[in-house]
Design a protein around this ligand. Structure first.
Ligand SMILES: O=C(O)CCC(=O)C(=O)O
Ligand SMILES: [Fe+2]
Length: 203
């Protein structure tokens, strides 16, 4: 047994209603998560994310990449992107996440936050190209960051720290009722990489 990984016996269910979010703890040991952090940092073709907002093209400081089992196209923030093939590292991590979550995935959106000053604003991942109520599995590497949920009507907020090597799975009607975000913070200097495994359905 790996003494450094604190895999939970049972996932912790985070939301009290209108959704299903399970935190599995650290499914990857600290040593392995450090290994993958550097592999992903160096081997992924990271690009600034672009969005068209009120007709203007905005570029994020946060970098992104998108890999999938097929050359799917995926549209969000008014921009259509085409997936690159899965790398061997991503296939290994996908298999691990599938084993723990009991779900399957055919694509992965990757985010690189260079420091705590980069985050992601309130949103939900309910794009048309995603499987309806499909599971979204979030795997984190590098700096620990806070992750928050806010109910769209009641405005109730829940948050948790996402540790290196940890797995969080959102499923059921979560995206319909809840927003989530990665709040920016000046307190964290280190970089973080997050992988969200998803299921794309072809139109
Ligand atoms: O970085 C994270 O933990 C969340 C990323 C996210 O919400 C997304 O890619 O849709
Ligand atoms: Fe998201």
């Amino acid at each position: 047994m790996d003494l450094f990984s604190t895999l939970l016996d049972q996932p912790i269910s985070l939301l009290p209603y209108d959704g299903d979010v399970d935190y599995f703890g650290e499914i990857i040991s600290l040593g392995d998560s450090d290994y993958y952090f550097h592999r992903l940092l160096n081997n992924i073709d990271w690009r600034c994310d672009q969005a068209i907002i009120f007709g203007k093209t905005i570029e994020t400081k946060r970098k992104v990449a998108w890999h999938a089992a097929e050359c799917f196209s995926y549209t969000y923030s008014n921009i259509t992107k085409t997936a690159l093939p899965f790398t061997d590292d991503l296939l290994s991590l996908k298999a691990l996440v599938e084993r723990h979550s009991g779900e399957t995935y055919n694509s992965c959106l990757l985010n690189l936050y260079h420091s705590g000053e980069e985050g992601m604003a309130w949103h939900s991942d309910g794009e048309d190209d995603l499987k309806d109520q499909g599971a979204i599995a979030s795997l984190s590497f590098g700096a620990e960051r806070k992750f928050a949920f806010k109910h769209k009507q009641s405005k109730e907020v829940f948050s948790l720290p996402l540790k290196a090597g940890s797995l969080l799975v959102m499923k059921g009607p979560t995206q319909q009722y809840w927003l989530h975000r990665l709040p920016p913070t000046k307190l964290i200097k280190g970089a973080r990489i997050n992988l969200t495994f998803r299921t794309i359905v072809k139109a």
